[in-house]
Design a protein around this ligand. Sequence first.
Ligand SMILES: Nc1ncnc2c1ncn2[C@@H]1O[C@H](COP(=O)(O)OP(=O)(O)O)[C@@H](O)[C@H]1O
Ligand SMILES: [Mg+2]
Length: 212
Amino acid sequence: MAGWRGALIVLEGVDRAGKSTQSRKLVAALCAAGHRAELLRFPERSTETGKILSSYLEKKREVEDHSVHLLFSANRWEQVPLIRDKLDQGITLVVDRYAFSGVAFTAAKENFSLDWCKQPDVGLPRPDLVLFLHLQPADAAQRGGFGRERYDDEAFQERVLGCFQQLMQDPSLDWKMVDASRSIEDVHREICTLSEDAIRGAAHKPLGQLWM
Ligand SMILES: Nc1ncnc2c1ncn2[C@@H]1O[C@H](COP(=O)(O)OP(=O)(O)O)[C@@H](O)[C@H]1O
Ligand SMILES: [Mg+2]
């Protein structure tokens, strides 16, 4: 125990919004500024569930939609002991996608309610800050590489964005909308400022539970 805890900072957004780029830069900048910070990402492809999810995303295997939703959730839950442990040690965690992507991607499919999609993730560690990298799917498509993995489709990404917007209505979470259409450096500067504030704010507050 460090006497204070680290912050749980999540980056969300549609595909190609810049989450992975910004997560890496944020961890590097926080470490350079003297914080202890580490990067996590979901799905975590190295575990047993992660291997199934990875081949699903690469379209190398099919998994029934409800089943895959629960596997994505399980892939987060299995990291919870590690998340709690790191935060307790005073390490700030920057997380590239979390339950919000999990919910938004399934809820964007036919015949899934947002409420059903949220249930398996109820009680996960609640992020202290959710940075939503906002980018129109049409602009994201310009960034190249579209069409390789499952879900890489502009119409589907529009539906995902709509689901994210519904999740953002929840006042129990600290969502910060970041304009991700700007340069990598401009986005980075804003994210650093918001994260420094979150780290200060979280230090002496107990970790919450998501959607409870
Ligand atoms: N602000 C930006 N402006 C232009 N291109 C960007 C920006 N941020 C990221 N990119 C590029 O867009 C692509 C997707 O970025 P990435 O960080 O992998 O997005 P995500 O993880 O959200 O899918 C990469 O080629 C990356 O270099
Ligand atoms: Mg990414």
